[in-house]
Design a protein around this ligand. Structure first.
Ligand code: ATP
Length: 235
């Protein structure tokens, strides 16, 4: 299992944003679901080593998130919800900069591969600030996968995309899940059904479901994922 989480907790002041959650996950796409404010982004920030947990522990590819944060960051590609990008840079320039940070071998070749993989070809000569939202998401994904990490953590990568862009990005995530461990946060249940093998639902900082999509449905009278989600989190 490339991600192992044990009793992970985050307190912001007195507020328990994440409340002692435990789970393991390996290759495939894990849907990480929950209502607004449930603790998804906080969990993702702790797993990527950007936010220290209050208590608990986790390992990513065998590296401890507290004791080995650099190894953890090397093993992870992270697309944050806000997708911060260098809008004044050209697409290739930004990717070359990130490749330099990672010390990537043969960067020109790798950048060409990633541009192809993320469908950035037609827009590769533009400045990031000139790109549509869908293409900016593709740049965020390209940056996340550039160093070929074993684990990808994607926080709402498809929010605000038109249906054409959605199909392309979902296909890319599905393909990535064939060889990598992907944690995907989304509010779109259709997307979970299209892309995820396994689902974790978090509510008020607690895990309320952790199962395969099929088991979740059969254990809940074959209700739709949306109905199951509402039943587990509307309290
Ligand atoms: N830096 C912070 N300081 C204080 N409270 C915070 C901070 N970041 C998040 N919180 C609180 O922690 C809780 C969990 O927030 P988090 O962003 O992890 O939720 P989320 O599940 O990702 O929500 P969303 O779906 O809206 O993105 C919320 O109540 C939020 O207000």
């Amino acid at each position: 299992m490339s991600i192992q989480v044990e009793g992970l907790t985050k307190l912001y002041g007195h507020q328990n944003a994440v409340n002692g959650i435990s789970f393991n996950t390996g290759q495939g796409v894990l849907g990480f679901l929950g209502p607004n404010g449930a603790g998804k982004s906080t969990t993702m920030k702790m797993l990527t080593g950007f936010l220290p947990p209050t208590t608990g522990s986790a390992t990513v590819c065998g590296f401890d998130i507290i004791k080995q944060p650099l190894d953890v960051k090397r093993s992870i590609g992270y697309l944050p919800e806000s997708n911060p990008l260098y809008t004044d840079m050209y697409v290739k320039e930004a990717l070359a900069f990130i490749a330099g940070l990672h010390g990537i071998h043969e960067p020109v070749k790798r950048i060409a591969e990633v541009i192809e993989q993320t469908g950035l070809g037609p827009e590769q000569h533009k400045k990031i600030g000139q790109l549509s939202k869908g293409y900016r998401q593709r740049v965020g994904l390209a940056q996340a996968i550039l160093h070929n990490p074993e684990v990808l953590i994607l926080d709402e990568p498809t929010s605000g995309l038109d249906p054409n862009q959605l199909i392309g990005i979902r296909q890319l995530i599905t393909n990535l899940g064939k060889s990598k461990t992907v944690i995907l946060s989304t509010h779109i249940m259709q997307e979970v059904e299209a892309v995820c093998n396994h689902v974790i639902i978090i509510n008020k900082g607690n895990i309320v479901a952790n199962d395969s999509l099929n088991n979740l449905r059969s254990g809940n009278n074959n209700q739709s994922l949306e109905q199951i989600f509402i039943g587990l989190t509307n309290n």
